[in-house]
Ligand binder design. Structure first.
Ligand SMILES: [Fe+2]
Length: 258
């Protein structure tokens, strides 16, 4: 499982807060800072998902994912623009929507959305690192994001609402009537939703790829250690040498520094 160091968690948090201060202004900035101050201790350690094979199911994974989606969204917007697409929204609107698309994953005013999975069986067999907190009233992540923003009286533009609301694309059934329509009057009047959905999808798949390659590296390392043990026990050595070698290998495999 991926682990961020306390320094990395702090650095990501500082980066997010700096981006907020650089992007927003006046009363909205004040209100955003109030909300981020309120959630600081919970948000900076929140994971982005509960299962390790989804994405960023580690401490600090939420903020890391949000920064990743913002970065992808800004880059994708440029790609769309260079390709001739109409961009009828500002960078501030794009960043606001990207920054809050998963806000519901922080939980409600009192409780975390994700809590550590206590069941060893589920951790081992289902890769469930975190589980949903049963204390929370059920809401979709997007509904909770919008509820929290209104709770802190943070206003949003129409494009910010449309972008944030539709970031999950057609993975969310409730989005179908926005994305699939045969009436031209009902079609989306801004590309912000498509760009945000692509950014979220891109960031999520990259995070998943990184997790997979780290797991593969770990498997290779374990396999190499097993091979070393096999070699050691087949070598002609005195029982004292053998016992020392086994101890060293055991340390390498299961010791604190492995
Ligand atoms: Fe996301």
């Amino acid at each position: 499982m991926k682990e961020l160091t306390p320094e990395q968690i702090q650095e990501n948090w500082n980066q997010l807060r700096q981006l907020i201060n650089d992007t927003f202004k006046d009363e909205r900035l004040e209100k955003l800072n109030h909300m981020y101050d309120y959630f600081e201790t919970r948000m900076c350690v929140a994971p982005a998902s509960g299962k390790e094979h989804y994405h960023n199911a580690h401490v600090g994974g939420y903020v890391e994912h949000v920064l990743h989606v913002i970065d992808c969204a800004v880059k994708l917007k440029k790609l769309w623009e260079d390709g001739g697409a109409t961009i009828n929204f500002s960078d501030e609107e794009l960043i606001f929507a990207a920054m809050h698309h998963d806000l519901g994953k922080v939980g409600d005013m009192k409780n975390d959305y994700y809590i550590p999975q206590e069941s060893e069986w589920h951790r081992k067999n289902q890769g469930s690192i975190f589980t949903h907190n049963g204390e929370l009233q059920y809401m979709t992540v997007t509904d909770r994001a919008i509820w929290l923003l209104q709770h802190f009286e943070i206003p949003m533009s129409e494009w910010e609402y449309v972008g944030l609301r539709l970031t999950d694309g057609l993975y969310e059934e409730a989005n179908k009537s926005y994305y699939v329509t045969y009436n031209p009057d009902f079609s989306l009047k801004s590309n912000i939703a498509y760009i945000l959905h692509q950014a979220d999808s891109m960031a999520t798949h990259i995070e998943n790829d990184k997790w997979k390659s780290a797991e593969q590296q770990e498997e290779i390392k374990v396999q190499e250690n097993v091979e070393n043990i096999k070699k050691a026990v087949t070598m002609e050595e005195t029982s004292e040498q053998l016992s020392q070698k086994s101890k060293d290998l055991f340390e390498e495999l299961f010791g604190d520094n492995s």
